[in-house]
Design a protein around this ligand. Sequence first.
Ligand code: IPE
Ligand code: IPE
Ligand code: MG
Length: 252
Amino acid sequence: MPSDASASQAPRPPRHVAIIMDGNGRWAKARHLPRVMGHRAGVAAVRATVRAAPELGIEYLTLYGFSSENWKRPRTEVNDLMGLLRMYIREDLEELHRNGVEVKVIGAKTHLEGDIVQLIEEAQVRTRGNTKLKLIIAFNYGGQDEIVEAARRIAKDAVGGKLKPEELDREQFASYLATAGIPDPELVIRTSGERRLSNFLIWQAAYSEFVFTDTLWPDFTKAHLVAAIQEFQGRDRRFGGLSTTMAAGGNT
Ligand code: IPE
Ligand code: IPE
Ligand code: MG
């Protein structure tokens, strides 16, 4: 493939950034506040990040809001997190729509209260077709569950004669995931100093660049996002091949 010199001169922003928003509890603890206050402060950081993303040229922003493992937390905290999703959709939907944001929620709908499922549906229908930013909220999401669910649907289609097992390839498999049609994230950011995926986009992040920052999620600002993008732009993404300079004939 010919290399594009102009592209290497002007580093482009990642099209898809995915963020593991972590550290709300520690942010609250440091202030001797209940954990829920950290989650509330986290919503403010969500708003700022959603506003900043299209300004920085990001087309897809995925935010991890509640994992399939977060049900292990005390009932009161689970209720607080459910309440915050409700509040976010109710309070922000019209503004998101006005700003051209398309909302998609990925994750299992099982165990979610009926009104939350309805709000999610309303948000998706209301904003469908908006093009300024695709905002993907991973809520009650687990990457392993997502892959198992895809496998289940593939098996059903195979049994039903709609799919030939020997023809199944990565592309077709990916079309059964909740992220079908969404390009894989080029950059995955995790706040709060933890360095793990915690079951987030485990298929899609196969070749993502990772940026880990010690900043706690409620303290995350546009400047942190800019810094993460700059770090991304300095990375040499090889995808198993050779770096562009080596491929161009470098022999060192
Ligand atoms: C991230 O903050 C929000 C969710 C996981 C829902 P945490 O609540 O995990 O905060 P820490 O990790 O306890 O500080
Ligand atoms: C991951 O954070 C989930 C979200 C940010 C929604 P956790 O705080 O739940 O992850 P672990 O338990 O530290 O791996
Ligand atoms: Mg955490």
